[in-house]
Design a protein around this ligand. Structure first.
Ligand SMILES: [Cu+2]
Length: 230
């Protein structure tokens, strides 16, 4: 990549900016560094990292213990991401929808759950469903943002919400877990998945165009669904 411009004597005939070629080379080198960083984020890292970090004697043990840790972590902790779309977003007017409505979590894991509620409307709930139930610590965190990185949004950890400020709930009749979800917010909570089995859930907020408990409320795949623990 080096050119005669870089290593030779300064070229003065142009009369200005004799450093331009060098600058261009430097900026190309910078792009190379970005490329390397991007590559490191991809699958290349998985194979190159152990090689890079295996000094004499450690090579046999490091990958083994690392993968043991990884599998232990995978068993102990799983993640669950749900979104609640408006009827406009899912294409069926007046029919908000949990996405996915049917989901799986790993048996006996601690599930880190996040639900992003893109619905901006509230709906009435039966008394008691404003309370957070069945989560680790009996609480959840509400972040007042739904798009992009919500981690920096204003947040509060609560054990209940204002019953007049609920868009939807994620409610399990059998386990008793209840998550009241305010409009245009992200909620985060942790729960124990328990042993393998199937649990039905239902939104307890009379949402959508079904006049209370009809429409999406009584439709599997919309405001009711199944959590399968496997
Ligand atoms: Cu609902």
């Amino acid at each position: 990549m080096a050119t005669h411009d870089e290593d030779g004597p300064p070229v003065t005939s142009a009369g200005f900016d004799i450093m331009a070629p060098r600058r261009r080379i430097l900026s190309l080198a910078g792009m190379g560094a970005v490329g390397a960083l991007l590559a490191a984020c991809g699958s290349a890292a998985a194979t190159s990292r152990p090689t890079a970090s295996s000094p004499a004697g450690a090579s046999a043990r490091t990958p083994a213990s690392a993968s043991a840790l990884a599998s232990k972590d995978a068993t102990a902790r799983t993640w669950l991401y749900l979104a609640i779309l408006t009827g406009k977003m899912d294409g069926k007017k007046g029919w908000p929808q949990f996405l996915p409505a049917n989901f799986r979590v790993a048996a006996n894991s601690t599930v880190q759950a996040e639900i992003r509620c893109f619905d901006d409307g509230v709906a009435s709930i039966p008394s008691g469903y404003e309370k957070v139930r069945g989560t680790v610590g009996g609480s959840m965190t509400i972040l007042s943002a739904v798009n992009g990185d919500v981690s920096t949004a204003k947040s509060q950890t609560v054990q209940a919400v204002d019953p007049k400020n609920v868009a939807h709930t994620l409610t399990f009749a059998d386990t008793g877990m209840n998550i009241p979800i305010p409009p245009l917010s992200t909620v985060r909570f942790t729960f124990k998945a328990g042993p393998a089995g199937t649990h039905g859930w239902q939104c307890m907020s009379a949402c959508g165009s079904g006049g209370g408990w009809g429409g999406p409320m009584s439709a599997a795949g919309w405001m009711k669904g199944t959590m399968t623990v496997v």
